[in-house]
Design a protein around this ligand. Structure first.
Ligand SMILES: Cc1cc2nc3c(=O)[nH]c(=O)nc-3n(C[C@H](O)[C@H](O)[C@H](O)COP(=O)(O)OP(=O)(O)OC[C@H]3O[C@@H](n4cnc5c(N)ncnc54)[C@H](O)[C@@H]3O)c2cc1C
Length: 956
């Protein structure tokens, strides 16, 4: 075992998985080995554990040339044929990524992605118990008495034996080019100034015409860090793409689409006797020069594995070497058995001034800004390049958000870099952006970038975070720091540090839907990103996060297109998470603050967008969101508001700032406060603030706000003047209700805002309504009736107007995008004033429904919820029960956002059932809890957790 001075404390945790064997690393060789185990013992439970997002590492992440052959190769050919992807000497990158998912499913293997194996765990008598892993739930155990090590360079085994000869010799990388003509298939001589190994680049055709993969390798200097290697690889890839465009006629019109996410490292041949691990149940796969031989050998080797085991020497630990840490914990709703993990050895690093967890745009800007302010910075992220969703995740476009600060320069440099590597791209160039971010961060050598590190815990001194804990392929690491920045987007550091956080929306705690965005080539070789939703995932849980990757990729398969004119060519190695944990900060902002133009003394920047919620089902959203979107048609209303510094500052923890999409907003405001521009600015704010705290020898919570504000202003970051929405007289508000379909967007938004303001005028404050209805007609009368009803003004004119719209089943015009059909809006508004008497109207709508109806399943949810709120058990309960009985097999499917109507739709049945049960329980029908039983163990954590919550309500 490696000698180390420091141990993380023993801790109570959970068992992630239990079975007969675990394969560490989802490479093609690892997959073949896993299959061999199953073939040898068909009842064996075998699990594959992969730290990256994709299985099939050599092809899908390193883009190694040639076809793997074997069982994996067979599945790739089959999947590509099914998808209509042309045959190729090299596997298609998208087809292969989807195929390796098929492989684990077809062969009954369990697989987890985004889990980092860290060390074996032995019983007290020295027998192998399994492997400790780190994922979104922190440290957990995978119980398996046999481990096959398929990690790159067999790093797991080498670390275990304390072998330090792991330094790779060379790193292979690859480019994906579109828009090439007659690319030579011979190696291309490249000038020595680009620094390629042997000064050669190796082109090969991709599956699609006019596309090619160009590979190259770089020598690695002794002692070079993996962060330096990845930075060098990115820079060289950009230079190579530019050189090819300038010097190879076939590439003159090429566009650099992508760069391989991981390096294919070459290691010195293994001299060490890794076979000494066999008796302990750990089998490092042989590494062979020839890939196909390695794959064949992997199978034979795995089949021979599992022999007698001998006790393994356990490390001796001095009490004083144990660090007491605070770490992420698994969700109890996972129902995982509890275990105790023994103290874990960890590598202690030299202290940085600022440690940043997360390398998305927020983290990259935080690091760059802190470095510009003179700080030594360490950045930790599982990914190998900056930008996350904006670069690796393929969302290369700005949508709303505000300019200013460091990003203006980054934008300019991105355009300059893009001009060298691309002929045509829609949006900004993602790889140019990554390179520019990397360069900005590396300026003055103040940043140490450590890819392949997942932060899962902290060390605290009292309440101050003084070190980050990470897991990498060689075990655990401790990074002391004076200030830490949580830019994980998921609030992982804040949660590990014990800062209070929230997750998801009011009803079912679901965050916004996520997507999985592949790069798309269409319209004559133009690079696009294709953004469509894949479903829901809770990214704070290891099992669930892994599931999200597999389910997300399945949607890509369903989406197509796979034709020469329009096809995906690479898949991002991260999923597109819109939303995750939110900090509960020293100050917390909500949508109303933006609508009311709230001014904050410690405002540091602003954010701007519309309520860009991708959810379709507003029954589970807040009442505020229901009013805003469904009743007033304001989904598309764009507004801005101020962000106070206190929204980055945790309540109960110091030494830590939270930036990016996890700052202290609520779920409703987050729909708006998440755009790339605003995340970049927030990153810059946190980097500058951390630097100021350190320079001023104060806690980050105590930085001098005035100095921070003026420093930020000098950098071009300033909050906007707040704007109060529709801050005008009642007469003007009523006038704004007069608006119809011929009016422009701005006028329609004014109408929605007027409805919102007027609906807040309760009781006496709404004394103008009778007068209004004496003269109002048409659309204005309807809008007024909705607003009056939501304000609780039960007037005959209001009832009459809404009843007429309901009776006529008026479907158009709607009040805005995502607003319900007018007759449903009328029914819901009537329910607000009629109470129990509204049950009849709502029951009628439910009884009328049939698949394909103008009312969608999310509309049904609104009706069922409203029925529950009527309190009219006699009418409402049978209406709901009859509805469920009438449609026992109906999936209540709706397409997710961005998914075409002719493509697969997602079943909403579970939502309808759980919502129905909840309404029935609210009506006093406690037996309805039984409806939920099938969902109490649903494979999706969000569904399971929600079902349990409603079931518990039924038990009260
Ligand atoms: C599908 C989709 C489409 C979008 N479309 C647009 C658009 O068109 N225009 C626009 O302006 N905005 C858009 N957005 C919003 C915007 O892109 C994101 O909100 C923004 O990029 C988030 O930046 P971030 O740095 O806060 O988080 P992220 O990009 O999520 O980065 C977080 C980083 O932290 C790392 N990390 C996570 N956990 C850990 C850990 N435990 N330890 C270490 N590192 C960790 C991750 O690997 C990642 O690199 C979209 C978002 C999505 C998901």
């Amino acid at each position: 075992m490696r000698e180390t001075k420091i141990f993380l404390d023993a801790r109570r945790s959970t068992e992630l998985w239990r079975g007969d064997a675990a394969v560490l690393g989802g490479s093609c060789a690892g997959l073949e080995a896993a299959l061999a185990l199953r073939q040898r013992r068909p009842d064996a439970r075998v699990c594959v554990l992969e730290p990256n997002a994709n299985l099939g590492r050599e092809i899908t992440l390193e883009w190694r040339p040639g076809h793997p052959g074997g069982a994996v190769g067979k599945t790739i050919r089959k999947t590509c044929a099914e998808l209509g992807i042309p045959n190729s000497a090299n596997p298609d990158l998208v087809g292969a990524t989807l195929a390796v998912d098929d492989f684990v499913q077809d062969h009954g293997l369990a697989a987890y992605v985004k889990v980092q194996p860290t060390r074996p765990i032995f019983t007290a008598s020295g027998m192998l118990r399994g492997v400790e892993v780190v994922g979104k739930s922190g440290r957990q155990l995978v119980s398996a008495p046999l481990l096959i090590d398929a990690t790159p360079g067999r790093i797991f085994s080498r670390t275990l034996l304390g072998l330090v000869s792991r330094q790779p010799l060379a790193a292979g990388r690859a480019l994906y080019l579109a828009g090439v003509d007659d690319m030579p298939s011979q190696p291309i001589a490249i000038p020595a100034s680009l620094g390629l190994k042997d000064n050669l680049a190796f082109p090969s055709p991709a599956s699609w015409e006019h596309e090619a993969i160009v590979r190259f390798a770089l020598d690695i200097a002794p002692g070079e860090s993996s962060g330096d290697t990845y930075a060098k690889g990115l820079r060289t890839a950009i230079e190579l793409a530019a050189w090819l465009r300038e010097n190879v006629p076939a590439c003159a019109q090429a566009t650099l689409v992508d760069i391989s996410p991981l390096a294919a490292f070459t290691y010195a041949p293994i001299q060490d006797d890794l076979a000494s691990l066999y008796p302990h149940g750990i089998y490092p796969l042989p590494e062979l020069d020839e890939w196909s031989v390695e794959l064949t050998d992997a199978k034979a080797f795995a089949a021979r594995a599992m022999k007698a085991q001998a006790p393994f020497p356990l490390p001796t630990i001095d009490e004083e070497d144990i660090l007491v840490s605070s770490e992420l914990e698994a969700d109890p709703a996972q129902d995982l058995p509890e275990i105790v993990l023994p103290p874990a050895p960890a590598h202690m690093h030299e202290g940085a001034e600022v440690a940043v967890a997360g390398f998305g745009v927020a983290g990259a800007f935080a690091a760059a800004a802190a470095a510009q302010e003179g700080m030594q910075v360490t950045v930790l992220d599982p990914a190998s390049m900056p930008g996350a969703i904006a670069t690796i995740g393929r969302v290369h476009s700005y949508y709303h958000g505000l300019p200013g600060g460091l990003q203006d320069k980054v934008d300019e440099l991105t355009d300059q870099c893009a001009a060298r590597v691309s002929s045509r791209v829609r949006g900004y160039h993602p790889m140019a952006r990554a390179e520019v971010l990397m360069k900005e961060m590396l300026a003055d050598n103040r940043c140490t970038i450590l890819p392949e590190h997942t932060v899962f815990g902290v060390i605290k001194d009292d309440n101050r975070v003084c070190a980050l804990l990470s897991a990498a392929d060689d075990g655990y690491h401790v990074f002391p720091c004076q200030a830490a920045i949580d830019a994980t987007g998921d609030g992982d550091v804040a949660a590990a540090a014990g800062a209070p956080t929230t997750l998801g929306r009011e009803g079912d705690s679901a965050p916004q839907p996520y997507s999985y965005t592949p790069s798309l080539i269409r319209e004559g070789n133009i690079l696009h990103h294709h953004n469509f939703d894949a479903g829901w995932v809770d990214p704070t849980d290891t099992t669930e996060f892994s599931r999200g990757h597999f389910d997300g990729r399945r949607t890509i398969r369903d989406m197509g297109p796979f034709t020469q004119e329009s096809h995906y060519c690479t898949i991002g190695s991260i999923i597109g998470l819109r939303e995750s944990r939110f900090l509960i900060g020293r100050e917390n902002i909500n949508f109303n603050d933006f609508m009311e133009g709230r001014v904050w003394d410690d405002a540091v920047c602003s954010s701007s967008a519309h309520h860009d919620n991708h959810a379709m089902d507003y029954a589970e959203e807040s009442r505020w969101a229901w009013e805003h979107v469904i009743m007033f048609g304001l989904w598309h209303y764009a507004c801005h508001g101020q962000i106070p510094y206190g929204a980055l500052v945790p309540q109960e923890v110091d030494g830590l700032l939270v930036t990016g999409r996890a700052i202290a907003v609520d779920h409703d405001l987050h729909q708006l406060v998440r755009m790339q521009r605003d995340m970049q600015v927030l990153g810059e704010v946190s980097g500058v603030a951390a630097a100021e705290a350190i320079k001023g020898s104060v806690m980050v919570a105590d930085v001098d706000i005035k100095t921070l504000q003026s420093n930020l202003a000098e950098r071009g970051v300033k909050p906007l003047e707040p704007r109060k929405a529709m801050d005008c007289s009642t007469t003007e508000l009523l006038a704004a209700l007069t608006c119809d379909e011929t009016d422009d967007h701005a006028k329609k938004m004014q109408r929605g805002l007027a409805m919102w303001r007027l609906s807040k005028m309760k009781g006496e404050a709404g004394a103008f309504w009778p007068g209004f209805f004496q003269t109002a007609t048409g659309q204005a009368r309807f809008a007024g009736a909705v607003a009056a009803a939501l304000g609780g003004h039960d007037l005959p004119a209001v009832r009459q107007c809404l009843s007429e719209v309901l009776a006529a089943r008026t479907t158009e015009p709607r009040l805005g995008i995502k607003a319900a059909a007018p007759f449903l809006v009328a029914a819901l508004a009537l329910a607000e004033i009629k109470g129990a008497d509204a049950a009849g109207d709502l029951a009628e709508l439910l009884a009328e429904w049939k698949p394909g109806d103008v009312l969608t399943p999310p509309d049904l949810l609104l009706i069922i919820k409203a029925l529950g709120q009527t309190g009219n058990r006699e009418v409402a309960a049978p209406a709901i029960r009859n509805f469920l009985a009438k449609w026992p097999d109906e999936p209540f499917a709706i397409p997710l956002w961005g998914v075409r109507a002719d493509q697969s739709a997602t079943s909403f049945r579970h939502t309808v059932i759980i919502r129905a049960a909840r309404s029935l329980i609210a009506l006093g029908d406690k037996s309805a809890a039984e409806l939920i039983l099938p969902y109490m163990k649903d494979r999706r954590l969000i569904v399971r957790r929600w079902a349990r919550k409603v079931y518990a309500e039924g038990q009260k």
